[in-house]
Design a protein around this ligand. Structure first.
Ligand code: UDP
Ligand code: MG
Length: 334
């Protein structure tokens, strides 16, 4: 195989977050390569190795040895997919960037359609999953609940079924790179930045190897991050609950005063007293908990730690490449 000469500013960058995906890398490269050759004048692939403990990075190195357009940044530990995406955008040189999962759940052939729409003038083209059979019934149900909640609470409407599988124009990439938040909910950020967008429906395939890296705990954390970073309604809600409860308490007081005046002193039931005390302590604890969630996030933000730590990289040391990369936003320079 002749070594293709890498272009420092390729037309297309493909960003793929990988966490213990060793078994998927070769199959992925085989499916992706012809698509990229077909639809872009020049391309690069940036893997973001999110602290894998298997042979993921070794396999990427082997790919890079054959074709220097396959590159990687490798985190010092697992930082999570959202942060891996942010790092991918930081290290991509392309005039457009496509983000894709490594497990071939996102059909690579769709990239061609994405690029066509991009050339037609759309600055963001997102894949819209038509069904979620690839996820189990419980995850599907909870996902639906989450989107309902997000719709109700969020100030940013999310397009139906749109995920991370998407193409972003350089302008959109630069806009996203300005968002310095640590609790990242990319889906919300994509919607927030605006630009001319279009959705392309696609069917999610089954995972080729291995299992989903998202367990229930990670998904709940993710859902919480999503709602809290796009809405302050959970915080403000307690004002209304408090007002409602106070009005109710006032009405009760009036009722009891009148009742005592008419019927004299009565020995009130103990049960109702205990129940109401417990109920209202519960309400107070929940509201404190919600405030705590937000304070925790404020704390995480004000520490201003870097978003991720790069431990290693593959094929990114070329000085021509480093020059080609647009300068990072202020926050990452610190
Ligand atoms: N991933 C990652 N870091 C993580 C979890 C996942 O980079 O902490 C990557 C993973 O390797 C894959 C993509 O994110 O390329 C989607 O993950 P997965 O397929 O496990 O999620 P699902 O398809 O179940 O949403
Ligand atoms: Mg998957």
């Amino acid at each position: 195989m002749t070594q293709p000469q890498p272009d420092p500013t390729p037309e297309l960058s493909l960003v793929i977050p990988v966490f213990n995906e060793g078994d998927n890398i070769d199959a992925l490269a085989e499916r992706v390569q012809p698509v990229l050759e077909r639809c872009a004048s020049s391309f690069e692939v940036i893997f973001v190795d999110d602290g894998s403990r298997d042979d993921t990075l070794a396999r990427i190195r082997a790919l890079n040895a054959r074709d220097p357009r396959w590159r990687a940044v490798s985190f010092s530990r697992n930082f999570g997919k959202e942060i891996a995406i942010a790092a991918g955008l930081d290290h991509a040189h392309g005039r457009a960037v496509v983000i894709m999962d490594a497990d071939l759940q996102h059909p690579p052939e769709m990239i061609e359609t994405f690029v066509t729409h991009w050339r037609d003038g759309y600055l963001m083209v997102y894949g819209q999953r038509t069904d979620r059979v690839a996820d189990g019934p419980l995850r599907r149900g909870l996902t639906r609940v989450f989107y309902r909640l997000f719709q109700a609470f969020g100030e940013t409407p999310l397009p139906e079924g749109a995920g991370d599988f998407r193409l972003l124009d350089r302008k959109a990439v630069d806009a996203l790179r300005q968002m310095g938040e640590r609790a990242r909910f990319s889906k919300g950020l994509y919607a927030w930045i605006g630009f001319r967008q279009i959705g392309v429906p696609f069917e999610v395939a089954a995972r080729t190897h291995g299992q989903s890296k998202f367990d229930a705990r990670k998904l709940f954390r993710f859902a919480f991050d999503g709602i809290t970073s796009f809405s302050t309604l959970p915080l403000k809600l307690w004002t209304y609950v408090g007002v409602g409860v106070s009005v109710l308490a006032f009405l009760f007081a009036v009722y009891f005063i009148i009742e005592t005046m008419i019927r004299g002193v009565d020995v009130p039931g103990f049960a109702s007293l205990i129940v109401s005390v417990m109920f209202f302590s519960g309400v107070q604890l929940i509201s404190l908990g919600v405030i705590g969630e937000y304070i925790g996030r404020i704390f995480a933000e004000v520490k201003r730690r870097p978003l991720y730590i790069v431990g290693d990289s593959v094929g990114l040391d070329d000085p021509a490449l480093q020059q080609a990369r647009p300068a990072g936003p202020e926050r990452r320079k610190a």
